[in-house]
Design a protein around this ligand. Structure first.
Ligand code: PAF
Length: 280
């Protein structure tokens, strides 16, 4: 497996693969890889001839009071996981390689970024869209893989690709959970043992809401209220949002009469965790 730190290094390899007619899959990540990322790489390896994994903690998607400086990193372990999973290349640039000193071009996707995480993290998706755009230009993939756990991110990237006529297939992959239900996340590493137990309130709320919808509940308010009550019963939990939106447009919608996304963001102590379910 090749490790590249420069844009030019990736481009040279991608050009060579393209000359051979090989199909390229891209898995964009911020590193500290877990089984959730691995499931994306596994799928990409199955569906493409070569897989590029980017490992880059993108500073411009973090707000000024967020966890950029403490974001967990373990590049050696990431490379081992990528190699075992069958990735052909890991792209791990320095910040200066991705953002020249007077960098001044951003990709801003509106509407689908107005609710949920876009509301509490107002500059987040501009940072995500900008870096994903750059990664798409650098790795020129046929397909790119994103986890359903970041459901709004998936919707935003799909919208950007549609609106900007990018010839890239966006593949959403299911949420991977710990045995006890907690959605896998690099940020789970922040949780103390007591907080780790409290964090189960997220999956508990998600599973309960999902069961209500599957049993035929059509009133979104009832589902959201039940979920809120579950979360509020946990003293270490503080709700950022518990919301139901239309899956394609991310507009609030409290009737279960179309494909919906039910998404939550909850602080457990200082750690902000997200989870969701889709109903079609
Ligand atoms: O989901 C993530 O890890 C990041 O938002 C992404 C897509 C790699 C962009 O930095």
């Amino acid at each position: 497996m090749q490790i590249e730190k420069t844009v030019e290094g990736v481009r040279a390899q991608v050009r060579a693969w393209r000359k051979e007619g090989l199909r390229i899959g891209l898995v964009p990540t911020m590193g500290y890889l877990h089984e959730g990322h691995q499931s994306l790489i596994d799928r990409a390896v199955k569906e493409n001839d070569r897989v590029v994994v980017s490992v880059f903690v993108n500073p411009i998607q973090f707000g000024p009071t967020e966890d950029l400086d403490t974001y967990p990193r373990d590049f050696e372990a990431d490379c081992i996981l990528c190699e075992k999973a069958g990735a052909a290349l890991v792209f791990a640039p320095e910040v200066s390689e991705m953002y020249v000193e007077d960098f001044s071009t951003f990709v801003d996707t509106s509407k689908v970024t107005e609710e949920l995480c876009g509301k509490s993290r107002p500059t987040h998706f501009r940072g995500v869209c900008t870096v994903v755009n750059k990664l798409f230009h650098i790795a020129a993939p046929d397909r790119a893989y994103f986890g359903q756990k970041d459901a709004q991110q998936l919707a935003v990237v799909r919208r950007m690709v549609r609106d900007l006529n990018m010839d890239i297939e966006i593949i959403g992959c299911p949420i991977i959970r710990e045995k006890d239900g907690l959605a896998k996340s690099s940020r789970n590493a922040y949780l103390s043992p007591e907080e780790r137990k409290a964090a189960l309130v997220l999956s508990k709320a998600i599973f309960t809401g999902k069961a209500m919808v599957e049993e035929g509940e059509k009133d979104g308010e009832k589902v959201l209220e039940t979920m809120q009550n579950i979360i509020q019963a946990e003293p270490l939990a503080r709700i950022d949002y518990v919301e139901m939106v239309k899956w394609d447009t991310i507009e609030p919608h409290h009737q279960i009469d179309c494909p919906i996304l039910v998404a939550i963001a909850v602080y457990i102590g200082k750690t902000r965790l997200i989870d969701n379910f889709l109903s079609h």
